[in-house]
Design a protein around this ligand. Structure first.
Ligand code: GLN
Length: 256
């Protein structure tokens, strides 16, 4: 009698344990719906790491976190070279790339873009004491610093006779200018504006106007139109409920 009772208790305990394990397993699965995001954080105020911190911050980071939340994903951001983002997408190592990436016809051939979320454009930055360079034309034969794989690099390489050095990060390109290793930098206007505002204006300035408009988009793998549509849906929702404007205001200080 006692033996039978003990066996019954043990069976019940085992069943309970299995049930609990099962529950735990389900929970884990739900929390693991992860959106793997790639970025290149030398592009403040869109993506950067605050001094002494490894944590990513910026307009793009807040935006993709909000989009991920809206879609029910846990967002995990990883740091990679700007020119590594598209290969990483197509190799399936990341799900999305958000990096102030301009939607271009060339890129559209190899990746899928979300709807545009910010309108940008290139600008020229020179050292404060430079009074020779006033336009693109004046850059002919000059030393230009830019970032690898960017529209700024493409523009730099289109200038006749220019000696172009492409760096891994925008920060290095700006430093090269400051150190006198380059005569100019070509980079996105809002990023240059932020750099100047954060102390860069002590040694540098912009010249001329912003060049043709470039729209930023969130990139996903070429055949993944479904994910792009999901992102667009989430972004539209954030625009409707005021969240997008809130994020915009945080970083650009004005209403969209
Ligand atoms: N908008 C530019 C491009 O797409 C620069 C992006 C960047 O440097 N993060 O090439």
């Amino acid at each position: 009698m006692m033996k039978k009772f003990l066996m019954l208790v043990m069976m019940m305990l085992t069943a309970c344990a299995m049930l609990l394990a099962g529950c735990g397993g389900d929970k884990k699965e739900a929390a693991e719906k992860v959106l793997r995001v790639g970025t290149e954080p030398s592009f403040a105020p869109f993506e950067f790491q605050k001094e002494g911190s490894k944590e990513f911050t910026g307009f793009d980071i807040d935006l993709i976190r909000a989009i991920g939340k809206q879609m029910g994903y846990k967002v995990e951001v990883q740091n990679m070279g700007f020119d590594a983002l598209i290969p990483a997408l197509n190799a399936g190592n990341i799900d999305v790339a958000i990096a102030g990436m301009s939607i271009t016809d060339e890129r559209k051939k190899v990746v899928e873009f979300s709807d545009p979320y910010y309108t940008s454009g290139l600008i020229i930055m020179v050292n404060k004491d430079n009074n020779d360079i006033k336009s693109l034309k004046d850059l002919e034969g000059k030393r230009i610093a830019c970032q690898i794989g960017t529209t700024g690099e493409k523009k730099s390489r289109s200038i006749p006779g220019a000696q172009v050095t492409a760096f891994n990060t925008q920060s290095e390109a700006s430093l090269e200018l400051k150190n006198g290793g380059a005569d100019a930098v070509i980079n996105d206007a809002p990023v240059v504006a932020y750099y100047l505002q954060q102390g860069g204006s002590e040694s540098a300035k912009t010249v001329g106007e912003k060049m043709e408009a470039e729209d930023y988009g969130i990139a996903v793998k070429k055949d993944n139109a479904k994910l792009a549509a999901e992102i667009n849906k989430a972004m539209a929702e954030l625009k409707k409920n005021g969240e997008f404007d809130k994020i915009y205001k945080t970083w650009f200080g004005e209403d969209k």
